[in-house]
Write a protein that binds this ligand. Sequence first.
Ligand code: HAM
Length: 421
Amino acid sequence: MTRFQRLRGFQDIYGNDARGFAAVAAVARTVFGTFGFEEIATPVVEEKELFTRALGAETDVVQKEMYEFEDRSKIRVALRPEGTAGVVRAYLENNFDKTQGLAKFYYLGPMFRSERPQAGRLRQFHQIGVEQLGTDSPYADAETIHCLTTFLDAVGARGYEVKLNNLGTLEERRHFKEALKEYFEPKKNKLCDDCKHRLEKNVFRILDCKVESCRPVILKSPPIHGFLNQESKDHYKKVCDALDAAGVHYAQDAYMVRGLDYYTKTVFEISHPGLGSQDALAAGGRYDHLIESLGGSAAGAVGFAVGVERLLMCLAPEKATDAYHEDSYFIVTHGAAAFNEAFKIVSQLRKNGVLAEMDLSAKSLKSQMRFADKLKYQYVIVLGDNELQSGDCKLKDMKTGLEQPRRLDGIIAQALATQFK
Ligand code: HAM
């Protein structure tokens, strides 16, 4: 019979990875909670048009990477490629704009982009993100970035770099785009094929091109600063000052642009040298027109998303992969009566919060011992019909190899006491 395989770019998450996911999610919930964010979970499937309108029809994500299909009611839907669009839709649909104005949300979950899979680039990946909706304050930008670096520090990420840029307003960007077109057009032959295409469709994205031969041309292009008005410059200055006040280190990168069209003013990216070519660990920025373009009134917003798989790649590998579970118990049984008693004891221990296990298929003593060791249970109790009758049994500490004769009820009392540690 043919076996099924997972699709390219999709992963099973288990063992250390699953533990890593749970650990970073727990830290995220704590840190985001202290910054005043509340959890929101939006659907994985939305109308395709939501993403087209939010992210921009000409972006790579919308043009080439969305998993989209017609559902059974003939609605064109897409698996979400990112979290921001859904959160803004939910903010408006649930009237947060009318009832409270400012809303601070965080989310965790899978996102889908049909990109070419490679290390750190998946078709189903996970993001942890936050969005502050209904605020124009530059302090909200700084607070959001500070929330991100606090989370990264708390989770144990080291050596990351925060890059910051000011993309200005849509109006300022229009002038900037024209200037870029004028600059790049006569130098078209020096650009890679992708950039030639970008020149027609989305000239802005040329600035982000990583192809070696394009870099010298890009680095001589007019920087955006010359196109920004005083209000945009002041906003950015306040963001920088507030980041300094919060003690966040960052580097300004005048050529950093983002792959999604909704950004205005402040944008940022976190890179990490451990990630290779896909070095963006997290990214975000301000998006002052998205709420309006999805049907709300004009209101600013800012947020970020961290790629969880990339984050786990940057963290030091778990040291204790083969460590024993502290104060855990495995009962090896011999005979039907001992099996039944062990089942009762394991149930009682578990009910009281003690990690306990037994082999339900009751194989040979030797294979039960091997199983207990493989699962890394610290204490093994050997229970046969004799032990059951006398109440005396052996307790083996698998960590030290030490074996001791003990009373069964004494062991159970010791196990039950560990739950309070
Ligand atoms: P993004 O830069 O497209 O922004 O994605 C954010 C992060 O998701 C990236 O820095 C990366 O770590 C991770 N990521 C993206 N694509 C993949 C992939 N194919 N495989 C693995 N990881 C990936 C956004 O999605 C915006 N919604 C962020 C935001 C929130 N802006 C404002 N609010």
